[in-house]
Ligand binder design. Structure first.
Ligand code: SAH
Ligand code: SF4
Ligand code: F3S
Length: 454
């Protein structure tokens, strides 16, 4: 049940405005949106620049060292430009919040409040406490279900809505900090997720994007106390009146079971884009990463998915230069890339994350070698993705119109089932609708086209 947080009237008058900056993954985007809902419901008003804000809220990412550094560089830069002054209340949350907790107070003296992904719902109280004591407030641990239970209903978000179905991760891949920043995996009860979807649909949403670090292992409670798995959740969300498209991120290959593949086959509302990170193509490296599947098992999964849904577009994440990755190991990754033919994917050089098991491993590979490997991988991934892009020419795509194009106000921006952005000329009354567009040209990976009558 949702409860609205109350803040004293005096406090509201003193601290009127807030600004939220979000870095990191879609789960942070979801959390950032919920923070906006929460602070607005508590009586604060949102502004679009830190300069105009009494409270600056940072939702941060710790997945790679660069992401973490960026946060502190940004705060320092705002201090230099005067966007943040000694009177601004700075609340740092997200994964860096829970990773570093109290240590942040030594790293940057202007941070006043530290929260984590699981304590966003307590932010109004933390702000209130800081305003009355002027002492730093640190609160980073909580039960994930408490978080969801304590948030107000989401406000309008446009035609596509993120819905987090689980929090945390218990897989403990050896390179990854997420299990330590978001905590052990916890699934939300089925009914809460469905209620959130119904609320979004009432606000004009057509596409539900289910989020979790490992959505395939979803195991939330049914109203009768039994366990609901991910495939059942997909059928339940698809049955919500008004849901026209479902996306889900991220899938772990290890838990992509046959019942989920069957749901992809049976439910047309599931989008064609399926993101299943492989990370590496060498079994030796996958084992050292604690990924619990082999390259052959991954390829078998892709083949099954393509059989179930021939139009599927598989995308992936890759880590290059995991400690001890040899040239031969890397060639195994390139082999899988050429065999699977991934669509648009993400790839990164391994970044050491203090406190993770891989941080203790010897890493004799030079940075140069790692960069060369990344360059080769990205070049090949890009070539293959371009082949997919070209293949859209002349096809008709059913797209969800998300808004007006930022580059050209006479054009609408939409998204196809494959995840590709489709731009076309049309009236703004189509925003929020699903329409058919014939693809007539491509620019980089963006598709351009014209509406066709159904
Ligand atoms: N739960 C998802 C991944 C979430 S993190 C999964 O298991 O697929 C998003 C991506 O960041 C990962 O897929 C991985 O490719 C990358 N990543 C995570 N830790 C990293 C590290 N230490 N160095 C480089 N990339 C990393
Ligand atoms: Fe990190 Fe692995 Fe969990 Fe993904 S599955 S969040 S990579 S520990
Ligand atoms: Fe980053 Fe945390 Fe997401 S580390 S990738 S914001 S789960």
């Amino acid at each position: 049940m949702n409860t609205t947080t109350t803040v004293s009237t005096d406090f509201k008058l003193q601290l009127g405005s807030f600004y939220v900056e979000v870095w990191g993954c879609q789960m942070n985007v979801y959390d950032g949106g919920r923070i906006r809902d929460l602070l607005t419901a508590a009586g604060f008003s949102e502004v679009s620049s830190p300069k105009d804000a009494d409270i600056v809220v940072l939702v941060t990412c710790a997945v790679r060292a660069k992401a973490e550094d960026k946060v502190f560089n940004q705060i320092a830069s705002w201090q230099r430009t005067g966007d943040i002054t000694k009177d601004t209340i700075v609340a740092l949350g997200g994964c860096v919040g829970s990773e570093l907790a109290e240590k942040i107070l030594d790293l940057n003296k202007s941070v006043n409040i530290i929260f984590g992904p699981r304590t966003i719902h307590r932010l109004p109280q933390m702000i209130s406490e800081f305003a009355s004591t002027h002492k730093p407030v640190v609160d980073v641990t909580a039960d994930a279900i408490d978080k969801f239970d304590s948030l107000p209903d989401a406000g309008p978000v446009g035609p596509s809505a993120f819905v987090t179905i689980m929090e945390g991760c218990s897989n403990k891949c050896t390179y990854c900090i997420v299990p330590y920043t978001r905590g052990e995996e916890q699934s939300r009860p089925l009914q809460d997720i469905l209620d959130e979807c119904v609320n979004h649909i009432a606000n004009g949403v057509k596409e539900i994007h289910l989020l979790g670090q490992n959505v395939n292992s979803y195991h939330g409670l049914n109203p009768d106390g039994s366990i609901c798995n991910f495939s059942t959740l997909l059928y339940e969300v698809a049955a919500v009146p008004g849901v026209e498209r479902i996306r889900f991120t991220t899938s772990n290959p290890m838990d992509f079971s046959d019942d989920i593949i069957e749901a992809v086959q049976k439910l047309d509302v599931i989008s064609d884009q399926i993101h299943v990170p492989i990370q590496a193509g060498s079994d030796r490296i996958l084992k050292a990463m604690h990924r619990r599947y082999t390259a052959a098992q991954y390829i078998e999964l892709v083949n099954k998915l393509r059989k179930a849904r021939p139009s599927v577009h598989i995308s992936s994440d890759f880590i290059v230069g995991f400690p001890g990755e040899t040239d031969e190991d890397f060639e195994e990754t390139m082999k899988v890339v050429n065999e699977v033919k991934f669509d648009q994917s993400f790839s990164f050089v391994y970044s050491i994350r203090p406190g993770t098991p891989a941080a203790l491993l010897d890493d004799p590979i030079s940075k140069e070698t790692k960069m060369e490997r990344l360059y080769r991988l990205q070049k090949r991934l890009e070539e293959i993705a371009s082949e997919y892009t070209q293949a859209f020419l002349g096809t008709t795509q059913r797209v969800l119109v998300e808004g007006i194009s930022r580059k050209d106000e006479s054009e609408l921006k939409s998204r196809a089932s494959s995840g590709r952005i489709v731009v076309f000329k049309g009236p703004t009354s189509l925003v929020g609708q699903m329409v058919n567009v014939k693809i007539t040209s491509v620019v980089a990976h963006t598709l351009k086209g014209e509406i066709v009558n159904e």
